[in-house]
Design a protein around this ligand. Structure first.
Ligand code: F6P
Length: 345
């Protein structure tokens, strides 16, 4: 049997753990061959491929990013893309393809499987928003970066009696913002699933001022939106669109900081954490989850259980229909948000 693997969408820590585990399990356990396609779907479209034998995956476990490279290219948006993917299966004599991605990459994978191609999905993203799994690898490492930032910002904000607004990634979900808010002890968290008003954010900060706490840390998710203030006006956040038609987030933190400063007359600064969140060496949790998912994906392919996505449920690795990604991003659970809210203001 000859298998292939690709990594698509935004990179995240733990991808190399998946690649290593999938290659080693394929070669050692099953005496099969594994091909690595470079730069996501582009590797199939442009025949950018290399064999992933044991030496090829040596030493990659602790490395962030993906040794295969990645892109946001979608075969369904490319002229003749779907036929080119189909042809690549024939050209490289592929019996199965492991597709490691977030919602965009996995949505394309699900559609290709529906068209008859033998595909297994592996969910990844720092955003933690893929439906059908309790958690994605990459999230834990990103969360650690954000919590370290919140810790560091506390000491400087407190020294200067400032408000600091930290903008974090997560697209249309607030997993990173809410989790880091709880673990870092933020004073307010603004998440897309729970739109709030600038008035309410300022009220929480006022409560702290009244208690003699002259600094505050506000964590805002990049995809957050605001409901109107009592006067009926709402803070408008507009995002650009990237070449793949997806919102390119960024800027909500600065907008919110300006509003806080002008309303409360308290010095307010913004930090946008950006790509730091996606980088660096994966945590043990992400290495472990990536490894377990890589092994499980190979087992599914060898058993010819295509059209499945590996998944973590209740601490165990299992699988779900790949089509589950059609449900759209998995929102933050109400319980998690309520836990953060206990500490607002
Ligand atoms: O989906 C992961 C993610 O890092 C999001 O949190 C962020 O909005 C987006 O990717 C950034 O994408 P790009 O790498 O295309 O700028």
């Amino acid at each position: 049997m000859r298998l292939g693997i690709l990594t698509g969408g935004g990179d995240c820590p733990g991808l190399n753990a998946v690649i290593r585990a999938a290659a080693v399990h394929t070669v050692r356990t099953y005496q099969n061959q594994m091909l690595g396609f470079e730069d996501g779907w582009l590797g199939l479209l442009k025949s950018r491929v290399r064999e992933l034998d044991l030496p090829a995956v040596k030493g990659i476990l602790p490395r962030g990013g993906t040794i295969l490279g990645t892109s946001r290219v979608d075969p369904f948006r490319e002229e003749g893309g779907v036929q080119a993917v189909r042809d690549a299966f024939g050209l490289h004599e592929l019996d199965g393809l492991l597709v490691c991605g977030g919602d965009g990459t996995l949505a394309a994978a699900a559609r290709l499987h529906a068209e008859g191609l033998p595909i297994v999905g592996i969910p990844k993203t720092i955003d933690n928003d893929v439906p059908g799994t309790d958690c994605t690898f990459g999230f834990d490492t990103a969360l650690e970066h954000v919590v370290r930032a919140v810790d560091a910002l506390h000491t400087t904000a407190e020294s200067h009696d400032r408000v600091i607004v930290l903008e974090v990634m997560g697209r249309s979900t607030g997993w990173l913002a809410v989790s880091a808010g709880i673990a870092g002890g933020a004073d307010v968290v603004v998440a897309p699933e729970h739109p709030t008003s600038v008035h309410d954010v300022c009220t929480y900060i006022r409560h702290r001022l009244a208690r003699g706490r002259y600094f505050s840390i506000v964590v805002v998710a990049e995809g957050a939106t605001f409901v109107p203030d009592p006067d009926g006006k709402a803070l408008e956040v507009q995002h650009r669109v990237d070449p793949f038609g997806r919102p390119r987030y960024g800027g909500v933190g600065e907008l919110l900081a300006r509003e806080i400063e002008s309303r409360l007359r308290i010095e307010t600064r913004t930090v946008t954490l950006g790509y730091v969140q996606r980088g660096g060496t994966p945590t043990p949790f992400d290495r472990l989850l990536g490894t377990r998912m890589g092994i499980a994906a190979v087992d599914l392919a060898v058993a010819k259980r295509f059209g499945r996505m590996v998944s973590l449920q209740g601490g165990c690795i299992t699988s779900v229909e790949l089509a589950v990604v059609g449900q759209g991003p998995r929102p933050v659970t109400p319980e998690l948000y309520e836990a953060a809210k206990v500490f607002f203001g």
